[in-house]
Design a protein around this ligand. Structure first.
Ligand code: SAM
Ligand code: SF4
Length: 509
């Protein structure tokens, strides 16, 4: 039994490659920046190619895009194929042991690929970014000498200078938490990059975490909680909307702890930021993730009640249904607090669908604790959820506890938990049969003539529709429930304001 998200909601935790080709203007000749490290020949014709592989959460997916944006003016174009790349960046995740280990097996493959490129007289530069980079620093180069550059999530705006340093000194490591605001120093995406990435986009509004759950590495790898100022976020949303983006997901490790400074000098809540973002012309849908149960406040509840663009979907991790486990995890909320938060949100938006994160086999978890987790799944009736076996992370308090749970018990509990989640997800999807709701059409579907979009509850929905409807919101009546998506037909155009810019994709062009 593998850890997974039950459901096919947008892979907010999914692995993705950002590689796609793009033609960018160079401020520098490719040879002037990021020159080959060992003096072997550089690609003589055309721009240098960049491949980024992103692991883990939506914050990494966003950071990968920003790294690509940053390197376009340096003369790089993206490629989906690592074999073709002059620079490979692995943007890594350290949240569970398996996620971190994947990086080292990928580096083994890259070593062979670099040897093959070397036989053709071409040098490939290899960078490790993200939370493994932050947690392990120089150790990565010791363990995998193929790596030239290590850069943490708070210092990747320095990538061009680090590439220079790696070219000069043979290697570069930067795992600082600099005082400067990296977002202000990053190149904004080009209009072409935004359009290529589609009509739904992430915007980081908050980073880091001060909560220190006893199982979690995030406070150590991403640092203290910081919120971006309101006006900078609004400018970014406006830029996305002007290029055709219709849906924005505001992201942060603890997004509802958002407290960025507004132009009025006040600290704004996430609820207020959602209201302001909804005013941006062209933006029809807003989501946010990931929320903490303690930080659900009146302004967020009111935004769900009052702002039509805020989708009736909430990802609210609970981790466990046992108060004893929640205390041991230092979650700072009880089961009753969690259920009260759900009730408040459902009071404001009765059609609200909920998803969650669960950890099974946290140290000391008894069968009774685990049954309490199964109970909360039934009580809330989640439409989807991520579920994980507890993974001890070096340096976190829970990792050194003596009462670790045997692997076989974790596996068995995960299986039972996933069965319970699946039961509710199936019931939720079955309830959609015959219903009509708004779908934002995002891209071509699997079959000719088909488009795929998202329901308000993040379910993928397949419809037969012409490609010029990409970026439009249409009312769809659901006629069939597939294993991974809903199928339906267009009942009527339901667009809430047109896109600021019609999107054309490969199918729509
Ligand atoms: N900030 C969010 C919250 O408070 O719930 C979660 C962010 S964390 C990046 C995403 C999820 O990974 C967590 O909700 C938790 O379920 C899971 N996770 C974190 N550390 C873990 C560990 N050591 N073992 C297993 N799962 C873990
Ligand atoms: Fe990790 Fe807990 Fe912070 Fe979420 S709230 S990022 S689980 S420490």
């Amino acid at each position: 039994m593998t850890e997974k998200r039950i459901g096919d909601a947008r892979r907010h935790d999914g692995m993705s490659d950002t590689g796609m080709s793009e033609t960018g203007m160079s401020r520098y000749a490719p040879s002037a920046r990021a020159a080959p490290i060992d003096g072997s020949p550089i690609r003589m014709s055309g721009p240098r190619k960049l491949h980024i592989k992103s692991y883990g959460c939506q914050m990494n997916a966003y950071d990968s895009q920003r790294m690509a944006d940053l390197l376009v003016p340096e003369g790089f174009v993206e490629t989906a194929s690592p074999e073709d790349a002059d620079l490979i960046i692995l943007n890594t995740c350290h949240i569970r042991e398996k996620a971190a280990e994947k990086v080292y097996s990928e580096l083994g493959r890259i070593r062979k690929l670099r040897q093959a490129a070397g036989r053709d007289g071409r040098r490939v530069t290899v960078a490790v970014a993200g939370c493994v980079a932050q947690a392990e620093g120089e150790e990565i180069i010791r363990r995998a000498p193929v790596v030239d550059l290590v850069v943490g999530p708070q210092s990747y705006h320095r990538l061009p200078a680090l590439l220079d340093r790696a070219a000069r000194d043979g290697r570069a490591v930067d795992t600082e938490f600099p005082a400067e605001d990296k977002f202000e120093l990053l190149a904004p995406p080009t209009r072409e990059a935004i359009r290529r990435r589609g009509v739904a986009s992430f915007v980081t509004v908050q980073e880091g975490c001060d909560k220190f759950c006893t199982f979690c590495v995030v406070p150590y790898t991403r640092g203290a909680e910081v919120s971006r100022p309101v006006e900078r976020i609004v400018r970014e949303v406006e830029r996305l909307a002007a290029a055709g983006v219709r849906e924005v997901t505001l992201i942060g490790q603890n997004v509802n702890a958002y407290h960025g400074e507004g132009a009025d000098g006040a600290r704004w809540t996430l609820g207020r930021l959602l209201r302001r973002s909804a005013e941006v012309p062209g933006i029809a849908r807003l989501r946010y993730t990931t929320s903490h149960p303690r930080d659900i406040d009146a302004s967020l509840v009111a935004a769900h009640r009052d702002v039509a663009a805020v989708m009736p979907f909430l990802h609210l991790p609970v981790q466990s249904g046992s108060d004893r486990m929640l205390a041991a995890m230092n979650r700072r909320h009880t089961v009753a607090d969690y259920l009260a938060a759900v009730d408040r949100m459902r009071g404001a938006r009765p059609d609200l669908a909920l998803s969650s994160d669960f950890i099974v086999g946290f140290p000391g978890e008894t069968e009774a604790d685990f049954r309490a987790t199964l109970r909360i799944v039934d009580q809330v009736g989640f439409c989807s959820a991520f579920s994980f076996k507890y993974s001890p992370r070096p340096g976190t308090p829970a990792a050194s506890r003596a009462d670790q749970i045997p692997e076989a018990v974790k596996t068995e509990r995960l299986q039972r938990l996933q069965g319970a989640i699946e039961h509710h997800q199936t019931a939720f999807n079955a309830g959609c049969l015959g219903a009509t709701f708004d779908v934002l059409l995002e891209k071509p579907g699997r079959h000719p003539g088909q488009l795929v979009g998202r329901s308000p509850y993040l379910q993928p929905v397949q419809v037969m529709a012409p490609p010029d409807l990409i970026g439009e919101i249409v009312a769809v009546t659901v006629s069939r429930i597939g294993p991974n998506s809903l199928h339906g037909s267009i009942a009527a155009a339901a667009d809430h304001g047109r896109s600021a810019e019609p999107i054309t994709t490969a199918a729509g062009a």
